[in-house]
Design a protein around this ligand. Structure first.
Ligand SMILES: [Zn+2]
Length: 179
């Protein structure tokens, strides 16, 4: 995850650069700016201020999309799109202590938990896990009717493959990728 705030700006002037200024935010919160040697200080300051704003906004958005509020909003959307809005639940949250499963659903309580590791993965993979757990609200077991509910999400097969490969790479092979 990228840091939310820029702690420090480090400017690297280069004679080889002629026009453009480039910047990257390092993991330690330092914004590394590469600029042409000849660019006037004042101009560079303006460019950096703009870059800084843009980078911080992007980091904020990224973190907002990984929030429980955003997850809940997505669950409502998927409920409308794929389940005709008929599903009901008590709570849907990210949790840190789910190391065996990407997601879980306790259908009797109406609670869904998603591993916070999903925040780092593409949103369409997270959506599949969410659909999987939503489907468990109606079908607690991995029955044929459960999978037919899941397959309403068009990227189900692709996302399962993605998670299987990831489990394989990280040595979690053999575990059911989504509980
Ligand atoms: Zn399942």
């Amino acid at each position: 995850m990228l840091p939310m705030k820029i702690e420090k700006v480090e400017i690297i002037r280069s004679a080889k650069r002629t026009k453009s200024v480039s910047a990257r935010l390092r993991g330690d919160g330092v914004l590394e700016v590469r600029a042409p040697a000849k660019l006037p200080e004042k101009e560079l300051e303006q460019v950096i201020a703009k870059l800084q704003q843009r980078i911080e906004r992007r980091a904020e958005q990224a973190s907002a999309s990984g929030s429980d509020e955003a997850l809940l909003a997505r669950a409502h959307e998927l409920n409308q799109e794929l389940f005709g809005g008929r599903l009901q639940w008590n709570s849907i949250l990210y949790v840190d202590n789910q190391s065996h499963c990407w997601g879980s659903c306790t259908s009797s309580l109406g609670t869904i938990r998603l591993s916070s590791r999903l925040r780092e993965l593409p949103p369409w993979v997270r959506d599949y896990v969410l659909v999987h757990e939503l489907a468990h609200l109606e079908e607690p077991n991995h029955s044929a009717s459960f999978w037919s509910l899941c397959s309403r999400y068009p990227l189900t097969e692709r996302a399962r493959g993605y998670l299987m490969a990831l489990d394989h790479l990280q040595g979690r092979e053999g575990s059911d990728e989504t509980c």
